[in-house]
Design a protein around this ligand. Structure first.
Ligand SMILES: Cc1ncc(COP(=O)(O)O)c(C=O)c1O
Length: 395
């Protein structure tokens, strides 16, 4: 209904300006920071809540930037639908909380990102959810674990494990999980675009968008994608547990994703070259990169990742002391406990991502105190190598 301009400055200041009229639309997505949406009347509210009408209501339940980002990630993964959460852990937690059942087990692949293991083995254990471990490069080990009681409600794997870069036999694991009728969640954070887990049989795919998809070290977000029916169950769980991602970060991640294919291609090339040089260096005891012939899963990696092996390389210099000296000796490569930035960074899993995990398990898996994890960025390979070469000399 048309109404007069308010006379009072207080009213003028309190109200939002009217959106300018335009017959055009912005080509880049606008950032929509509103925490709540105005609804015309009660019938419209009913229509929105019952799903008869599409739209937004309250940002924790969804907002345009998250919807755009979720659709982009779902499209990249060949999934029907997706949902964006405030971090990678948010996306994993929302998925696990939707599917976990008291008295049932979540089956985890060995060597997962430490917080994922903690979520299930420590936090969900408090609510009567059990767990078991299996070797992701050996689908028969999953079959054995699934054969034991109690029943399993979810299998969780990483395409490339953090930090050892073991490759999951996604097809094999997916077929064993499907035989048992158990959904498979694949954390694809280390391997966006290298392969498409849903095509290989995964039910849900999760990304920490904080890493390679955001790509610039300036957002904290996660996404889960999969069948529409399952995502529509995850959505209210994510909202109830307060895990929805914020509009500005979603907008940044959409922007970051623009260059993802170029970054994946370039960083895969640089990472392979650095891995070869590190492997040949006398001060490096062990180098793990799926593109190296010496990697235990190299044959599987060649089959799964025809275009490149990703941006992550791990190498062992023998001890915590030497790892510390190497990290301190690097001139231009910062020690930063994340990955996927356009700038190359190094991390030390025992002190950061895997801190607090059982030292015996870490030792058995090969997450040793001398292990350094490298996230390769877009710099020139020779500049990166010069820095590593001088730091290894120093160490
Ligand atoms: C493989 C993997 N998954 C999930 C996460 C969690 O992501 P976020 O830090 O965005 O919660 C990480 C974080 O390092 C990770 O490395």
């Amino acid at each position: 209904m048309p109404h007069d301009e308010p006379a009072s400055d207080a009213t003028r200041c309190a109200r939002s300006p009217e959106a300018p009229r335009s017959i055009t639309e912005p080509l880049a997505p606008p950032i929509q920071l509103a925490s709540v949406y105005q609804v015309a009347g009660l019938d419209d509210a009913d229509a929105l809540f019952s799903g008869r009408a599409e739209g937004f209501f309250y940002a924790r339940d969804g907002h345009p930037n998250a919807a755009q980002l979720a659709a982009k990630v779902a499209g990249l993964e060949g999934a029907e639908a997706g949902w964006v959460c405030a971090s990678g852990m948010g996306a994993i937690a929302a998925s696990v909380l939707t599917l976990a059942e008291q008295g049932a087990r979540v089956i985890l692949s060995e060597g997962l990102y430490g917080k994922t293991t903690t979520l299930v083995a420590r936090e969900l254990a408090r609510f009567g959810v059990g767990h078991d471990l299996f070797d992701p490069s050996d689908p028969d080990s999953l079959r054995d674990v699934l054969a034991e009681p109690p029943g399993a409600c979810l299998v969780v794997v990483e395409t490339l494990s953090n930090p050892l870069l073991r490759v999951c036999d996604l097809e094999g694991v997916a077929s064993v999980a499907a035989e048992a009728g158990v959904p498979l969640l694949v954390d694809h954070t280390f391997a966006p675009l290298l392969c498409k887990p849903i095509k290989l049989g995964a039910t849900l795919v999760v990304h920490s968008l904080t890493k390679l998809i955001g790509g610039h070290g300036d957002v904290t977000l996660g996404a889960v994608v999969g069948p529409r029916e399952l995502i529509s169950r995850i959505r209210p769980v994510a909202s109830t547990f307060g895990q929805t991602g914020n509009p500005f970060d979603c907008w940044m991640a959409i922007r970051g994703a623009v260059t993802l294919p170029l970054r994946v291609e370039r960083t895969s090339q640089t990472a392979l070259e650095l891995a070869r040089r590190l492997e040949a260096h006398p001060k490096v005891e062990r180098t793990m990169y799926p593109g190296l012939v010496s990697h235990p899963d190299h044959a599987l990696a060649r089959r799964l990742f025809p275009k490149g092996f990703g941006a992550m390389v791990s190498f062992d210099v023998g001890s915590r002391e030497l790892a510390d000296r190497l990290i301190r000796g690097l001139r231009d490569i910062p020690f930063a406990p994340s990955l996927g930035d356009a700038r190359t960074t190094v991390s030390h899993p025992c002190s950061t991502s895997h801190r607090g995990q059982d030292p015996e398990v870490l030792e058995r898996l090969g997450v040793t105190p001398g292990l350094v994890r490298l996230s390769v960025g877009l710099e020139d390979v020779e500049d990166l190598w010069n820095d590593f070469a001088q730091a290894l000399e120093f160490a």
